[in-house]
Design a protein around this ligand. Structure first.
Ligand code: ADP
Ligand code: MG
Length: 578
């Protein structure tokens, strides 16, 4: 995993080297400062030469300016390195999401996926910047400071060395408790994020049931839990900072007493004494740094692990190596012994065979849950058949590239997804880059033009992320306009008008009829009246295809279709009899 992480540094080798060497140099200059003070006190002060003192101060000023430069390089370019890596990872994660199939999304929570691409990677980016250099510098400073202390006065250094590990151990102890607490905080944040997402998404339902108080209570619980976990974290933080503060001051006290003794003994110079005290401060810095590292690392590692997990999820439906791009298909569709199941439960389709001629309109009817939508989902390879094969114009669909296959099929469903943006953008989603005239023509054919004409902003009307400003019928017209623009030879209409009132349905039906002209059409209908005139009706029940034929023949046959037909006719027939 470490190897995989460092692979992301490779394109930024230059930047990393710059950042790293500046950070190391800056660390060395900080180490040198106590020695400079020692020299100042021991050699310059006794000389009482103001010229030299000012000269040395000027030299020190130059060094400080240099260090300022180094630190700003580290702050800016080091973070730039982190964000470059983070951006690259985010691009890859998003790319990968585009490749994963329906089956993957069936089993994922949106909020969690979003978190992977946003928050998780932010934490990885944080480690990508601070990670390697912080650790290196902490170790370098720790060892360097100790070596210098030893050089200045070995006995005093050894005394210090006894106290410091104790503080370091306490720090590490609190650090690891902090890690656990952070993990808890993140899961609390996840919980109330999910709560807010659901609440805002379902606000219409919440208000319709006047359940605001119930929602408030649920949220208050999550919020309180988050608060108490956060307080826990602050408690640990307070304990840990006070301990390391106390540790450092105690060490300085001990050094002061022992140092004074050595100075009085004539064993240590005044400059050495001051320099040593400053070195103790430097010596403690890595301990704090390591605490910070202990805090960011686990988060970053967890984030990186979730990221690689996502990248390692192989798309279960992808282009075969020998796949060809198809275009201009006629639309001769053949299902040959197709079986399919969604998962562990019993197969939804077993051994289905079906031939649909180019230009034919075939209607699928049957009880809800029979598998009508499933049959249609296999054609664009949203799901892959477990057995058997599906061909279009005699070519196995698995031999076609996914993009070209899906380019040949237009789908209108009950729910129309509108992207946040204008009507124009939403129609143009059918064929990106379509001209203004083409968009207007598609809108006209879908009879959306009168709707557009009635809007002050026309095509530039923003429809909002959930399209709340369009009626159900208008949304269907928009979906139809998209397909007119796309102009595919094959059409799937999956209960496109089932959610509409009968009057709107009738109006939309005309547009759908026009859309399906000259295209092979698979239509799933809830209201049988809408598919009476289909070239063929396929009746699907839980055991597969029960019967097929034209309306009149199926009514005459007296099977499942007739029963469904009579059930829907029931109301009006009785009225007629009365
Ligand atoms: P229909 O369109 O005829 O109402 P579907 O094809 O939608 O039926 O569903 C057929 C069966 O497959 C149902 O039992 C349904 O619960 C199940 N099913 C549909 N979609 C999924 C899915 N994404 N994951 C798991 N099971 C599914
Ligand atoms: Mg369905």
């Amino acid at each position: 995993m470490l190897k995989r992480f460092f692979a992301y540094y490779r394109p930024h080798r230059g930047l990393f080297l710059l950042d790293f060497s500046c950070a190391v140099l800056s660390g060395l200059l900080e180490l040198g400062f106590p020695l400079a003070v020692r020299g100042f006190v021991d050699y310059l002060l006794p000389g009482q030469d103001w010229g030299l003192i000012l000269l040395a101060s000027a030299g020190l000023l130059v060094v400080y300016l240099l260090n300022t430069g180094l630190m700003s390089v580290v702050t800016y370019w080091g973070h730039a390195l982190g964000i470059n890596i983070e951006t690259e990872m985010r691009r890859k994660a998003f790319d990968h999401l585009q490749k994963l199939s329906f089956r993957f999304y069936d089993n994922q929570k949106t909020g969690h996926l979003v978190a992977r691409v946003t928050r998780d990677l932010e934490e990885v980016g944080e480690v990508a910047h601070h990670g390697p250099e912080d650790l290196f510098i902490a170790v370098m400073t720790f060892i360097g400071a100790f070596a210098l202390m030893f050089m200045v006065h070995p006995q005093l250094a050894l005394i210090t060395a006894v106290i410091v590990p104790l503080t370091a151990w306490l720090s590490a102890h609190y650090g690891s408790r902090m890690t656990t607490t952070w993990r808890a905080i993140y899961s609390r944040v996840g919980a109330f994020n999910a709560r807010i997402e659901e609440n805002v998404g379902g606000m219409r339902v919440v208000q319709a049931f006047a359940n605001e108080d119930h929602e408030r209570r649920l949220f208050a619980e999550d919020n309180a839990r988050y608060r108490s976990t956060k307080l826990q974290a602050y408690k640990i933080m307070a304990a840990s900072t006070s301990i390391s503060y106390l540790g450092m001051r105690l060490t300085q006290m001990v050094v002061m007493i022992a140092g004074s003794y050595f100075v009085l003994q004539g064993d240590l110079s005044a400059g050495g004494f001051v320099g040593f005290l400053l070195l103790v401060g430097v010596f403690f810095r890595p301990v704090e740094k390591i605490n910070a590292v202990l805090e960011t690392y686990p988060k970053g590692i967890a984030g990186f692990r979730r990221y690689t997990e996502l990248l390692d999820t192989e798309p279960d439906i992808a282009d075969a190596p020998d796949a060809v791009a198809v275009s201009g298909l006629k639309g001769d569709i053949r299902y040959e012994g197709v079986s399919f199941g969604y998962g562990s439960e019993k197969a939804v389709l077993s051994n289905i065979s079906l031939t649909i001629r180019a230009g034919e309109t075939v209607a699928f009817v049957g009880p809800s849950g029979a598998g009508k939508t499933t049959i249609c989902s296999l054609l664009p390879r949203f799901y892959e058949a477990d057995a058997g094969r599906i061909t279009i114009d005699g070519i196995d669909i698995r031999k076609m590239t996914l993009a070209s296959l899906r380019g040949q099929i237009g789908i209108v469903q009950q729910d129309v997804f509108l992207f946040a943006g204008t009507l124009r953008e939403n129609i143009a989603y059918g064929r990106l880059g379509a001209s203004e005239d083409e968009i207007l023509e598609a809108a006209r054919r879908a009879r959306l033009d009168t709707v557009i004409a009635g809007l002050p902003a026309g095509l530039d009307t923003v429809v909002g992320e959930r399209g709340v400003k369009l009626s159900g019928g208008q949304k269907q017209r928009l979906a139809i306009a998209r397909i007119f623009l796309k102009n595919p030879p094959i059409l799937i209409l999956d209960e496109a008008t089932s959610a509409l009132d009968t009057e709107t349905e009738r109006a939309i039906q005309q547009s759908l009829a026009e859309l399906s002209r000259g295209r092979t059409t698979l239509v799933i209908a809830h209201r049988l009246a809408t598919i009476r005139d289909a070239d063929r009706i396929v009746v699907v029940d839980r055991n597969g295809i029960a019967e097929q034929g034209r309306h009149q023949d199926l009514v005459a046959a007296g099977g499942l279709y007739r029963r469904l037909h009579e059930a829907q006719q029931g109301g009006s027939a009785q009225q007629g009899a009365a």
